[in-house]
Write a protein that binds this ligand. Sequence first.
Ligand SMILES: Cc1ncc(COP(=O)(O)O)c(C=O)c1O
Length: 451
Amino acid sequence: MHSPSQLSAAPATGRDAFWMPFTANRRFKSVSQPLFVEADGMYYVRDDGKRVLDGIAGLWCVNAGHRRTEIVDAIAHAAYRLDYASSFQMGHPLAFEYAEALLDTAPAGFGQVFFSNSGSEAVDTALKIALAYHRARGEGQRVRLIGRERSYHGVGFGGLSVAGIGGQRKAFGNLLPFVDHLPSTYDRSQMAFSRGQPAWGAHLAEDLVRRIALHDPSTIAAVIVEPIAGSTGVLVPPVGYLERLREICDAHGILLIFDEVISGFGRVGDTFAATRLNVTPDLITSAKGLTNGAVPMGATFVRAPVYEALMQGSIDSIEFSHGYTYSGHPLACAAGLAALQIYRRENLFERARGLEAHWEKAAHELASRRGVLDIRNFGLLAAIDLAPWPGAPGKRGYDAHRRCLEAGVLIRAAGDTMLLSPPLIVTPEQIDTLFATLADALDANADGASA
Ligand SMILES: Cc1ncc(COP(=O)(O)O)c(C=O)c1O
């Protein structure tokens, strides 16, 4: 890897203009890293011609595999016909058609979909709907939002405020006021190497009762959680935890928001974690998987009574002052409709569920590798925590990521946690390849000597 002097050197690669998101820019640009130039099915192709098996569905989003012709054609067709039309006080058919089609996939009782362009926007939209809902009902004092430690809700000021990752917040000051956090549901001492939902931890939901007592329920608008936390390490909810959150919210008139940006659209063997786990929130945020990654899109699903509460005042008034220039963009809707058709026709969500047992077994076979602290899985999600090398947090994960990439497999590292979430078209043999390659990468440099 690189010495500190290399890291401070001016980029040698002519790639300085693009300020890369969530990237160690100087490290990345200090050497000529391979770039992805093509993709097909389960594979990327690098600019040096090497094929790379995609173990993370792009970034948890290419659920039907790469470059699906049907989606490409639908985007092209839409672009040729109607490149853009606003949804502010006007409209185009694809947005209405897509919203209807999406509602068919939602749990019973959901009546509307609000379109945005990303998970972050879907989350901020949900938080604003929650606040506006209470105000419309004459409870404008409900301004408090409750998130959870170790949750990720995107990068907007709203999502960042309710999220629970200190390192991502510290550069940005105080963020939103009136925000509190539940404790994380993860405790390695109690649940290491659980398979699926841990048995321990339902009682952690009781912390919400304490927050409510502290702040008074009349001040709390919404609780937002990822039903299964994805990017912070596949933190699977303890058995009974989400059910208890639902009960507590119901008892106090608090809206429950599930951020399903990762867990939506097949990743957990069902359309949503809500349907899989049988707990129905009031709002669901989604993004990844909607268009199979082909066009940016976010969607916030809303239960009918929430929408109805906001449909007040003069018929000429804008009931909810919110929206994006590209809300319901024709290309995104076309891609989303085509993606839904593929998901249905190929039964990809059921397929994912059918692969779960194989996935779980393959993941947990890494338990005996040196330095593996924990393995978690749910649906086609897995996380493997590695013991950090002394004095160098994150370096071991990055080293494993690079070694896998050189061996032709893309696996994500979040610090020293390895994250896997392949397209749902993955075969059992490819699953074995993903975990075997990771195992080899871990063995090759277990103590960091060759980093
Ligand atoms: C649960 C969750 N919410 C929100 C987001 C933000 O999505 P985006 O990066 O599309 O803004 C993410 C992204 O990983 C996510 O995992």
